[in-house]
Write a protein of this length. Structure first.
Length: 184
């Protein structure tokens, strides 16, 4: 019996190392290929994001909740994102590049709301910057993974306190009094 336990442990360790080795080889190639990246993005949008939105923005959770308004429809949307504090606001990685709907909506409106660690902020002035510009302000984990996962660009948003209570947030309050999107 004493001999079986080390054998099981060895098998488990070998299995975990094999899976990690395969993932280290497959994931960068999958994310590096445009079709693979799009497949991951579609999966996340359909299955992962709805589940993530239940926890996004809450205290002690890594994902933030970005509330934005559709550039064509005027409809309110929420998207889970990773948001890390930087000087004057927050930085959001762009693992799928610049051509994602939530980023286009944010750029068209010029502002949104961001809930991070239970706190809500008004964010504005979206600008895309290279990783090198904000790298020193990011935690070590995000500096390493951005380089390894080929995330060369981040979105930087200026942030201010949000005066509106979560229950009173509306599309008109995000866009302003007109309720119309800025053309872009």
């Amino acid at each position: 019996m004493a001999e079986r336990r080390p054998r099981r442990v060895r098998r488990a360790v070998v299995w975990v190392l094999a899976v990690c080795g395969v993932l280290r080889w497959v994931v960068p190639r999958l994310l590096g290929d445009e079709r693979g990246r799009d497949a991951v993005r579609r999966f996340n949008r359909r299955w992962l994001n709805p589940a993530m939105l239940r926890m996004a923005g809450r205290p002690n959770w890594y994902a933030a909740r970005l509330e934005h308004v559709g550039r064509r429809s005027g409809r309110r949307y929420a998207t889970p994102v990773v948001a890390k504090p930087v000087t004057g606001g927050y930085a959001v990685p762009l693992p799928y590049g610049r051509h994602v709907d939530w980023l286009r909506n944010l750029e068209a409106a010029g502002r949104a709301r961001l809930q991070v660690d239970g706190q809500r902020y008004r964010v504005a002035n979206p600008r895309i910057v290279p990783l090198a510009e904000i790298e020193a302000q990011l935690p070590a984990f995000y500096r390493r993974t951005s380089g390894r996962r080929m995330i060369p660009e981040w979105l930087v948003l200026t942030a201010g306190p949000d005066a509106a209570a979560p229950s009173t947030t509306s599309a008109s309050s995000v866009l302003g009094a007109t309720g119309r999107q800025a053309s872009g």
